[in-house]
Design a binder for this molecule. Structure first.
Ligand SMILES: Nc1nc2c(ncn2[C@@H]2O[C@H](COP(=O)(O)OP(=O)(O)O)[C@@H](O)[C@H]2O)c(=O)[nH]1
Ligand SMILES: [Mg+2]
Length: 253
């Protein structure tokens, strides 16, 4: 069993990608399952056969502990650690060859706290990886693009798992915007150039400094453009997942 955690900032398209990629992988003949780890999800764009909401729901937690939506979500995420064995057992009942794991809408609750890594550890001791979404709507701006690289580094550091970067919702970018971002991926000098040209003052300084740190870490986060509207990039993402997880073979033999 392989587990791919879909991680990204709020609204970056995690749930939609989980649904669309699950269906697409099914069509390729893969034995794939979608898993929901967002206790605050109201409607999901996929049937989640393994679902944290079977055990923990934010509405109930808010009522029980007299909390608002944010407090409810924080506590719900903390409580997830206690039911991870149950989720692992649900997952085992299906034992898919690859599971796509949709994570909480507010990424920081999962990725910047201990619980994310502990839940990942508790779900399976088999192969795991991260798919990190760079939200296209923000990545037009070089500062936001660099910030996303920074978050991707932080996640890499926290989970210590193989990581694939995706530029989500790429259909929302104009052709020339997509080309510019692709250029930044291939050549850091082009990104530096955009920072110098388009940013001023503190934003420019911050971006330059963050770039230096990211370059020093020496990790390549070039995100591949993907869209759930047009299925752009699905072939490439599939190839990358299969390369990272199973050495380029299909998941289901
Ligand atoms: N145009 C476009 N919109 C998308 C795409 N993927 C997701 N969205 C929209 O982006 C919003 C947030 O998506 P969602 O999957 O709920 O994000 P999440 O919070 O990361 O789970 C929703 O309105 C989606 O319909 C995409 O590939 N293209
Ligand atoms: Mg979601």
């Amino acid at each position: 069993m392989n587990l791919a955690f879909i991680v990204g900032t709020a609204g970056s398209g995690k749930s939609e990608l989980t649904g669309a990629l699950t269906r697409w992988l099914e069509l390729q003949g893969e034995d794939v399952l979608a898993v929901n780890l967002d206790p605050g999800a109201i409607v999901l764009p996929y049937p989640a056969n393994v679902d944290v909401r079977d055990y923990i729901r934010v509405e109930n937690i808010m009522e029980e502990y007299s909390l608002g939506p944010n407090g409810g979500l924080v506590l719900a995420c903390d409580l997830m650690v206690e039911i991870v064995d149950q989720l692992a057992s649900d997952l085992n009942d299906f034992s898919p060859d690859i599971a796509l794991v949709d994570t909480p809408g507010q990424m920081e609750l999962f990725a910047f706290r201990d619980i994310g890594a502990r839940i990942a550890e508790g779900l399976t001791d088999e192969q795991k990886g991260i798919i990190y979404l760079f939200d296209s709507t923000f990545c037009r701006d070089p500062l936001n693009y660099v910030m996303n690289m920074f978050i991707a580094s932080a996640i890499n550091n926290r989970f210590l798992l193989p990581q694939i970067s995706v530029l989500s919702k790429a259909d929302l970018l104009r052709e020339e915007e997509l080309e510019e971002i692709s250029g930044w991926c291939e050549d850091p000098a082009l990104l530096e150039d955009a920072i110098n040209r388009r940013l001023t003052g503190l934003n420019r300084l911050i971006s330059q400094d963050m770039m230096m740190v990211i370059n020093r870490l020496g990790i390549d986060f070039s995100p591949m453009p993907v869209s759930t509207r047009t299925n752009l990039g699905f072939n490439r993402l599939y190839a990358e997942m299969s390369r990272v997880f199973v050495g380029g073979e299909p998941f289901t033999q």
